[in-house]
Write a protein that binds this ligand. Structure first.
Ligand code: BGC
Ligand code: CA
Length: 343
């Protein structure tokens, strides 16, 4: 009898512990579209250290590119009320509206980042926000960097206008179809060249889903058809540029460690991830536009601080002045070429 009582008591105690452990409320739960994304991983590392500094607790769920998986993860977090804030790196941006509706119903604030919901969905939410980069600016900055090489539109440099036709023969490696950064970077890198007065001939463009592997394959297909015609390559991110350059090195068209001006044509990326920077140092990637993970992480951590403490995003919020729609913070990055890298 005594033993039984003791066992019951022990059992109740462990049950209690179990409940209280699983019931721990995080300040924020993260939902990440793909665990293998280079840029998002570097962003998460920054966020991790910013949140540690602020003493905020968090957990992370990965969706492996499946919106169905991410929806299940979110539904569980909402049902268990296991976090004060949901931070969503959404798989399919068109699913944001239903996520926002569910979060609203549970009175949970939701912060999207890196993968933007449609503006009307964001604005319809009671407490929905977005932190990302400025893809329009990045597209333009890629063109501005190329302009420095090609020179005056009326008298293009013969080093870069290799066929001397007065036009730029351009290749574009695009990220993921439907991603706001793909659409805007791809559009504005071209319109900016036109605005600057250049004549542009887009000889090929291909979606390579942000990855090195697909960047490699896309460049292989394009180079096999157009090798001698290519005068400039814009890539929506550094990983695809790295993949393309790996192909060009394997093909012995590009030489690692050579002077960048001796390569057959310039390749320009976006992100300034560690690997992107190392390809600039190796004389392979001409330059990149920084997708500023440090600054975005800071804004994300600030949102999480505010929202997890139940504070309103109003004039007191440090980024409020930059939020044109009251919901979005976009961070502009700088242009980086070899001369900007010190070590
Ligand atoms: C980055 C890409 C990344 C993508 C993921 C973009 O902003 O430039 O490198 O793969 O976000 O959503
Ligand atoms: Ca030309």
């Amino acid at each position: 009898m005594k033993n039984n009582l003791r066992n019951t008591a022990l059992f109740s105690l462990s049950l209690l512990l179990l409940i209280s452990c699983s019931g721990v409320k995080q300040d924020v739960s993260f939902f990440i579209y793909n665990e293998a994304d280079t840029f998002v991983s570097s962003l998460m590392n920054q966020i991790h250290s910013d949140l540690n500094q602020k003493g905020k607790s968090f957990d992370i769920s990965y969706a492996s590119l499946s919106q169905v998986t991410q929806n299940e993860q979110l539904a569980q977090a909402i049902e268990n009320k296991s976090a004060k804030v949901l931070a969503v790196n959404i798989v399919d941006r068109l699913s944001a509206s239903s996520i926002i509706t569910k979060a609203d119903a549970a009175s949970l604030p939701v912060l999207f980042f890196n993968r933007a919901p449609l503006e009307e969905d964001l604005l319809a939410g009671k407490s929905a926000y977005y932190v990302g980069t400025d893809p329009t600016y990045e597209g333009k900055a890629q063109a501005d960097l190329a302009a420095k090489l090609f020179g005056y539109p009326s008298s293009l440099s013969s080093t870069y206008d290799k066929n001397g036709d007065g036009k730029i023969q351009l290749v574009i490696l695009k990220g993921e179809q439907g991603h706001q950064d793909t659409e805007l970077r791809s559009r504005y890198c071209v319109t900016e060249l036109y605005n600057l007065g250049y004549d542009v001939d887009i000889i090929a463009s291909s979606y390579a889903n942000w990855t090195k592997e697909e960047g490699y394959e896309a460049m292989k297909d394009i180079y096999e058809k157009y090798s001698s015609q290519i005068e400039l390559v814009f890539c929506n991110n550094d990983d695809m540029a790295v993949g393309a350059l790996n192909y060009l090195v394997d093909k012995k068209a590009f030489t690692k460690g050579a002077d960048i001006t001796s390569q057959p044509f310039p390749v320009i990326g976006v992100d300034a991830t560690n690997i992107g920077i190392s390809y600039i140092k190796d004389g392979l990637l001409y330059g990149t536009i920084k997708n500023d993970a440090t600054a975005q992480a800071k804004a994300i951590a600030e949102f999480i601080s505010y929202l997890s403490e139940g504070k309103k995003i109003d004039e007191s919020f440090p980024y409020y002045g930059q939020m044109a729609d009251g919901r979005t913070v976009s961070v502009k990055g700088i242009t980086i070429t070899k001369k900007d890298i010190t070590e």
